[in-house]
Design a binder for this molecule. Structure first.
Ligand SMILES: NC(=O)c1ccc[n+]([C@@H]2O[C@H](COP(=O)([O-])OP(=O)(O)OC[C@H]3O[C@@H](n4cnc5c(N)ncnc54)[C@H](OP(=O)(O)O)[C@@H]3O)[C@@H](O)[C@H]2O)c1
Length: 357
């Protein structure tokens, strides 16, 4: 009997990744499902197993330096091989490009580009052995960037370039590399990221449809999957006729952080202390919500000239913080440093430069 093939997918706790995990299991693949939300993954595993499929889950941030080894080990130890690796995990970055904090820019690069490269490097021997396949999930915004999407468009453009380069570099190894343009899919993406919608909700297709296009491409091993061809065609037109695309683009919503005003521009509306801090923390707002880290707690930390030490602050907030809570607090403090509220003074230490407002 032929050995069961193995598909690993990142971002499997919702949307396209979750739909793909389910469909792949139904199609006979053993699935390795990766994302940060453990409870969502546990539910996915239970569903797949109840339907007679095989699934291993890994609750992990793809940016974690341990993720590549952990993902490959999960596939090899549990199922003995790895055939298909789908880099799907992703999140948006609300705000204009120049209003992005260093942490937000870094998060986009790490999640969409650096992590997939690191994971692929680790998976290379297994993929070579299986004459396997890699998918990189991109976006129409890689080709037609829109205002208000922060560093996401540039990161996705890099994903597209990396997919083409890897396809050429890995051809001799018998590994296929496929770039996916998912079109607009009805998922948690916009809500989770706080990014604007650039098209009517009626344009969105079900995540299951995108997943089925990806799965179908496992057999045909194409260079590209255009999950919603008419949307890719519209993107192509936008790329070929940039002036027309300029006209069709919405202005960045007024509630998003503004870039520096021109000298003759009227004074911007005064920022309140609350929204000043909220804007700075926008890139990590979802993370804070997930770990229940209140904005008020962060605001209270910002007493100018005081010193903040990661462990001490995390304990003040969570009592006995777990790894996830500690990492979330570190990300928040780094984001505040990127926004000029804090200055890093040492390993896991910061000095407060200013209070909100
Ligand atoms: N929906 C669209 O219209 C659309 C359009 C173009 C491109 N895309 C791309 O399609 C992919 C899937 O998005 P989606 O629409 O299905 O959105 P989604 O429902 O929000 O799913 C995103 C998934 O990525 C995971 N994720 C995010 N950051 C992660 C990290 N650092 N480590 C591990 N997992 C992470 C999330 O899980 P946890 O939060 O549990 O970690 C979640 O499972 C993304 O790459 C997105 O950029 C989507």
């Amino acid at each position: 009997m032929a050995e069961q093939r193995v598909l690993a997918v990142t971002g499997a706790s919702s949307g396209i990744g979750r739909a793909l995990a389910r469909q792949a299991a139904r199609a006979g693949f053993a699935v390795v499902a990766i994302a940060r939300r453990a409870e969502r993954l546990a539910q996915l595993e239970a569903d797949i197993v109840a339907a007679g499929g095989a699934c291993a889950i890994l609750a992990m941030d793809v940016r974690d330096a341990r993720a590549p080894a952990a993902i490959v080990a999960a596939a090899l130890r549990r199922f003995g091989r790895l055939d298909v690796l789908v880099h799907n995990a992703g999140m948006g970055a609300p705000g204009t490009l120049l209003a992005q904090t260093d942490a937000a820019i870094e998060a986009q690069w790490q999640t969409h580009v650096a992590a997939p490269i690191r994971i692929t490097r680790e998976a290379l021997p297994a993929l070579r052995a299986a004459r396997g396949q890699i998918f990189l999930v991109g976006s129409g915004l890689a080709r037609v960037p829109a205002p208000g999407y922060g560093a996401y468009c540039a990161a996705k453009a890099a994903v597209r370039a990396a997919a083409t380069q890897l396809r050429r570099e890995l051809r001799a190894d018998g590994i296929a590399v496929t770039y996916v343009d998912p079109g607009i899919a009805d998922t948690e993406f916009a809500e989770a990221s706080g990014t604007p919608r650039i098209s009517p909700a009626s344009f969105a297709v079900p995540a299951e449809r995108v997943a089925s296009r990806i799965l179908r491409a496992v057999a045909s091993r194409p260079a590209r999957v255009n999950a919603v061809p008419w949307q890719t065609a519209a993107v192509t037109l936008g790329e070929w006729f940039p002036r027309l695309a300029d006209l069709a683009m919405p202005a960045p919503p007024a509630t998003l952080p503004a870039t520096a005003p021109a000298p003759s521009a009227p004074e911007p509306a005064a920022r309140t202390p609350a929204n000043d801090l909220e804007l700075a923390l926008a890139p990590v707002a979802r993370r804070m919500e997930r770990v229940n880290l209140p904005l008020a707690f962060v605001a209270a930390l910002l007493q100018p000239e005081t010193e903040l030490q990661l462990s001490e602050v995390a304990m003040r907030w969570a009592g006995m913080p777990n790894k996830n809570e500690r990492a979330a607090m570190a990300e928040v403090l780094e984001t505040l440093a990127g926004a000029g509220f804090l200055a890093r003074t040492g390993e896991e230490r910061w000095r407060v430069l200013r209070a909100p407002g």
